[in-house]
Design a binder for this molecule. Structure first.
Ligand code: PEP
Ligand code: MN
Length: 331
């Protein structure tokens, strides 16, 4: 950490800060510059809230220098994140597809066959939906998870579904292979802590108003609880552009990949909010180095109970998966 102090600070005032640093057992040294004075603290300061030093009126700037991303960091980590039957080793993309919501047993059965045919590994389907309006379709709840699980098992696929409350953890442990934390719950810290204490892989979406650093701190909550299988998902952030629902932040995806060993996949469907943008964004994400994709599909988007506008019809989805396969083979 370095603390920049104003040049006019008198010795007596400065001593109060020095005593404070000593009380933390920190090593420090004063560096006198031409137009500024700096206190350099080479010790590990990760457990100290650096902003507390702003309570000294003569402190102008405090730079922690090291972040607190201890377990999500790339440094020293050699293990790969695993989900049943798949290792994230960068050799092939992890592909998840399915409807926004499980709507009926027939609907999810029909979609599961298409997802299997496409070569994807996992079937998604929301059963507890975090909708903006309480009057919008809220999901089929436990019944939806049961339909999702049956359809996935019959087709040799993994299941992915979003959890919205810690009290549902036992239910999700029974029916779901990869538990999704949605954008709206990315900073629901009690939920993250609870998911840190279980063994199921977690798909952690980035909040649409969160920085990459905040997203990685949320991953730390799960990792520090002991659950090391966390997959990150960039799903678009809110920007000033109204012609796509959100903006798929590929720079953010790459920045996350530069900082962490955790796999980072992209969800172009929620970023775009418009099916016509999904194919291009999917290819761009894979070409940029995303570790996989999550896509919403529906046989009859007009009648979908949620997110129909961004759902690809089966033919377009299958064609896209063929293009993705070619793109990956080209390397
Ligand atoms: C979803 O996956 O259906 C969903 C609600 O996603 P997000 O949390 O990214 O909005
Ligand atoms: Mn959706």
């Amino acid at each position: 950490m370095i603390i920049l102090i104003s040049q006019s600070t008198d010795e007596k005032a400065l001593n109060t800060l020095k005593d404070d640093l000593d009380s933390f057992g920190l090593k420090w040294q004063i560096l006198e510059g031409h137009d500024h004075t700096v206190i350099h603290i080479p010790s590990d300061t990760r457990d100290i809230d650096h902003r507390r030093f702003y309570t000294y009126p003569f402190v102008e700037q405090v730079h922690p220098l090291s972040d607190n991303l201890r377990l999500s960091t790339k440094k020293k980590v050699t293990e790969h994140v695993e989900v049943p039957g798949f290792i994230f080793d960068g050799k092939k993309p992890f592909l998840i597809a399915g409807p926004c919501s499980v709507e009926s047993e027939t609907q999810i059965q029909e979609i599961a066959k298409i997802v299997k045919e496409s070569g994807a590994q996992a079937l998604r389907g929301g059963a507890y939906k975090p909708r903006t309006s309480p009057y919008a379709f809220q999901g089929l709840k436990e019944e939806g998870l049961i339909h999702l699980e049956r359809a996935a098992r019959q087709n040799g696929l993994l299941t992915v579904s979003e959890i919205v409350s810690e009290k549902h953890i036992p239910l999700f442990e029974r029916h779901v292979d990869i538990i999704q934390v949605g954008a709206r719950n990315m900073q629901n810290f009690e939920l993250l802590k609870a998911l840190g204490s279980i063994k199921k892989p977690i798909l952690l979406k980035r909040g649409f108003a969160n920085t990459v650093e905040e997203w990685l701190h949320s991953a730390e909550y799960i990792l520090s609880g002991g659950n090391r299988n966390v997959i990150l998902c960039e799903r678009g952030i809110r920007t000033f552009e109204p012609w796509s629902k959100h903006t798929l932040d590929l720079a953010g995806l790459l920045a996350a990949k530069n900082h962490t060993h955790l796999p980072v996949i992209a969800d172009p469907s929620h970023a775009a909010g418009d099916y016509a943008l999904v194919e291009g964004l999917s290819k761009a994400a894979i070409a940029a180095g995303a570790d996989g994709l999550m896509l919403e599909i529906h046989p009859d988007p007009k009648r979908a109970l949620s997110d129909g506008a961004q759902s690809l019809k089966p033919e377009r989805y299958l064609a896209l998966m063929r293009d993705i396969d070619i793109l990956c083979k080209k390397g």
